[in-house]
Design a protein around this ligand. Structure first.
Ligand code: FAD
Length: 263
């Protein structure tokens, strides 16, 4: 008898699934084994995405990649594991350094690809190696910088160095830093901070704090958050992103770059 595994797909409504609440309903491939998925764009929990009506073919990691194991002084974490689940494990097992993941939404694949973080704390600081279809790659062999990595393949697993001493005070501090975060739907910071400056300050300086187009606006609370006021569309969001880019270029000669990933 022929033994074949049928491809598994899941219908995802991006206007519900994504944190910015925009996008179409599409079938997304579920990945259950390590392989080369050419032609598919991997995504995580869509906390950093702005998805158009005509996106590429998406894939997400299935449950087999949702695990946390401690072995020989290292932490092996599957890339479908959410930041919340990882943080709970770290607290229970008294592991230090990743307290900044508090209220930083995403799964580990997205967090590592984006080198997510808060101020100077970033995920890559604590990584030993990552696993791709080509096996383990040491951190030293990966190009990464502020909110950026040059990983252009699917990350399946991340291995962290372990240091004991989960710090509840740090956790409190990180939670507190988010007090001024807008409550409306968003994809987090819209732009990366340019060197030596803040994207939020520049947006404010060019008069776009609170500026609205259709159902989208640069937040009154934190200018660098592009928020969905309820019925915001992809087109509204793109209009505001381009407007901010051109005004900041004209007034400050700075080419500001999106942190949001647009598909
Ligand atoms: C309210 C709010 C607050 C936020 N605060 C912060 C913050 O403080 N700091 C910060 O850095 N970010 C922040 N973000 C942005 C977001 O949480 C992070 O970028 C997070 O890492 C996204 O994870 P995700 O699983 O949702 O990835 P997605 O948004 O689904 O994808 C992001 C990118 O990662 C890639 N990717 C996903 N999975 C994999 C994988 N397995 N292998 C390779 N590539 C992959 C995707 O292709 C895409 O390019 C915030 C977002 C929100 C909504």
């Amino acid at each position: 008898m022929q033994n074949f595994i049928q491809d598994e797909y899941k219908s995802i409504n991006f206007s519900k699934y994504s944190s910015i609440k925009i996008g179409p309903i599409v079938d997304v491939k579920i990945i259950n084994k390590i392989d080369d998925y050419k032609g598919y764009q991997i995504i995580g929990r869509a906390n950093n995405l702005l998805v158009s009506q005509k996106p590429p073919k998406f894939a997400i990691l299935g449950e087999v990649f949702d695990y946390i194991k401690e072995e020989n002084g290292k932490l092996y974490v599957g890339c479908a594991t959410t930041s919340g689940k990882l943080l709970t494990f770290l607290r229970k097992n008294d592991i230090a350094n990743l307290e900044f993941l508090a209220k930083l939404p995403g799964n580990l694949g997205g967090l590592v690809k984006m080198n997510a973080g808060l101020k100077s704390w970033e995920v890559f600081n604590y990584i030993d190696k990552i696993k791709t279809k080509d096996g383990y790659i040491k951190k030293e062999d990966v190009k990464y910088s502020y909110r950026k990595t040059e990983i252009n393949t699917i990350i399946y697993e991340v291995v962290f160095n372990i240091e004991r001493g989960f710090c509840k005070n740090k956790l409190k501090e990180f939670n507190h830093m988010r007090d001024n975060q807008p409550q409306q739907a968003s994809a987090g910071s819209c732009f990366k901070n340019p060197e030596g400056d803040y994207a939020g300050r520049l947006i404010e300086e060019v008069g776009l704090k609170g500026f609205r187009k259709g159902g989208m606006a640069f937040s009154e609370v934190h200018s660098n958050f592009l928020v969905n006021l309820g019925d915001g569309t992809y087109e509204d969001a793109i209009y505001l992103i381009n407007l901010a880019k051109s005004k900041i270029k004209d007034e400050f000669n700075i080419n500001i770059q999106e942190e949001i990933v647009i598909y």
